[in-house]
Write a protein that binds this ligand. Structure first.
Ligand SMILES: [Zn+2]
Ligand SMILES: [Zn+2]
Length: 504
């Protein structure tokens, strides 16, 4: 290659930038070795739902970044372009994987910022390699091992070993400092304070009675301006509400669609946390169809002994006994066509309507209207004409969904092991809606976005979404999302935008 005057200066600058990138990779790699969960959660949204995943975070992610750092820094120190090409290959593959994920995983662009950084790194490293070709100082032949493992490399390697060993030795002090920052930040945050005016729908539980690693029992929250409602309270969902930083003390009412266990199992915890978390002075209002009385009284009874203990320990400013538990309110829907208005204040209207979940009668769905935006939540139902009417033109339809073929496979596999599971998984086919049927309803009602929840059977990863949806996309042209806990849909007032985010 010809040496062009001035190129050495450009090459030096690029080499410094490449060195910085190498150190960033080094810090990330060490981060994955020392604090895999912190780096994965805060930088990569890669939460380990199972504790054993930490092994892969340390091993695989650590290796990727340390490997890229290793070749990047060696390429910089020894001025060998062949070495710098290694992180370029890896970065290109990382970016390719991200682009595939944006398309097939139907994820919001949460990682767009990371993608931009990676593209910048790729550009700098590529320019660096090109500049080596024109530089008088760069090595022109493939590296010999002894030139690669030089003194500078050994110094960096030694520093790495010292940092890792030091971090593990001082893990108690580092842990406490880190806790100070992270815990302080998460306690100060409150979702309502962060969200702009509009209609917001959050998924705190998208599961069913079947155990699902990614989904708690069914529970949705709706925030309309300052009004906060919880719709159903399935097992475990209160913990998700708290993780999503939903201020439980601000709940206006809990609306139950019906009193099946997978919709009420979390109610005791929800009433309890709303009480102790916010010093309520009146019980939480629980609205629902016939049966809500005995459910709420039962939970009140079950938690009454503990309520006494909490009062004795914390006193009336925290645990005012007047605010403990819940007050049931039974509603009736007499007009099948119009439903029954449950709340109407200012810009907000909440309507309950009948759905078909026989033998569970009555069973409700709910519609929320706020400043020109609307959402319908189906509850559990077969395809329902009254739901289709209520969903006419809504922005977001949360419809329950059961995939019969996938369920049948579970049912068949269970026959030899458990006749009960085999029978239950067959019985439930008769009172839920298939994804294609939900898509047809969304099409007929001119819904803007179809969001499936109450997912049966549990799908452990997004890869199965298209098998779960079957031919749904043939029936409905709009966007279809298979719900997972933590999704948040925001609808700004008087607009057509539906913004999808993660809140877990
Ligand atoms: Zn049900
Ligand atoms: Zn259910």
């Amino acid at each position: 290659m010809k040496n062009i005057p001035g190129n050495d200066r450009v090459e030096s600058l690029l080499r410094i930038l490449s060195g910085i990138i190498g150190f960033i990779f080094l810090i990330m790699g060490l981060g994955f070795l020392i604090l895999p969960e912190v780096i994965a959660t805060t930088q990569f949204f890669a939460d380990t739902a199972r504790a054993v995943g930490i092994n892969s975070l340390r091993g695989d992610f650590g290796a990727l970044f340390l490997g890229m750092s290793f070749f990047c820094l060696l390429g910089v120190f020894s001025a060998h372009r062949w070495l710098l090409q290694v992180p370029i290959v890896f970065l290109t593959l990382v970016i390719l994987g991200r682009l595939i994920s944006f398309v097939v995983d139907d994820l919001p662009m949460v990682m767009a910022g990371t993608l931009v950084s990676e593209l910048m790194f790729l550009t700098v490293l590529t320019l660096s390699v090109i500049s080596y070709s024109f530089s008088s100082r760069a090595q022109k032949s493939p590296p010999a091992l002894k030139t690669v493992f030089n003194l500078q490399f050994l110094v960096v390697f030694g520093i790495v070993i010292i940092v890792v060993a030091g971090a593990f030795t001082a893990s108690q002090q580092i842990g406490m400092r880190l806790w100070n920052g992270l815990a302080g930040r998460s306690v100060r945050q409150n979702m309502i304070g962060e969200l702009p005016d509009g209609l917001h729908v959050g998924l705190a539980g998208t599961g069913s009675p079947l155990p699902d690693r990614k989904r708690k029992g069914v529970c949705t929250f709706v925030m309309a301006g300052k009004h906060l409602f919880i719709i159903d309270s399935g097992p475990g969902s209160t913990l998700n509400l708290e993780l999503m930083r939903v201020p439980l003390d601000n709940i206006q009412a809990v609306l139950l669609t019906h009193v099946h266990s997978d919709h009420i199992g979390g109610l005791g915890e929800l009433m309890f946390k709303a009480w102790t978390g916010g010093a309520r002075t009146e019980p939480l209002k629980i609205i629902g169809p016939e049966g809500v009385d005995s459910v709420v009284q039962g939970f009140n009874q079950a938690y009454s002994v503990d309520a006494g203990f909490r009062f004795a320990h914390h006193g009336p400013t925290v645990a005012n006994l007047k605010g403990a538990g819940g007050t049931p309110e039974t509603i009736e829907v007499l007009d099948e066509t119009k439903g029954a208005v449950v709340f109407q204040t200012g810009d907000l209207k909440v309507t309950a309507f009948l759905v078909d979940h026989r033998p569970v009668e009555p069973a409700f769905g709910y519609r929320f209207d706020y400043k020109g935006r609307s959402v319908v939540i189906s509850g559990d139902t077969l395809p329902s004409e009254s739901l289709r009417r209520q969903a006419e033109g809504v922005d977001l339809l949360l419809h329950e969904a059961l995939q019969p073929e996938m369920l049948r496979i579970i049912s068949q596999a269970s026959i030899t092991r458990s006749k009960v599971i085999a029978k239950v998984t067959t019985d439930i086919l008769t009172y839920h809606t298939f994804p294609e049927e939900a898509a047809r309803i969304a099409r007929d009602a001119n819904v803007r976005h179809l969001l499936l929840f109450h997912i049966i059977p549990p799908t452990p990863m997004a890869f199965f979404n298209s098998a779960f949806l079957g031919d749904s996309r043939d029936y409905y042209d709009g966007p279809i999302t298979v719900g997972v806990d933590g999704m948040l849909f925001s609808m700004p007032p008087n607009s057509t935008k539906i913004l999808k985010k993660w809140a877990l």
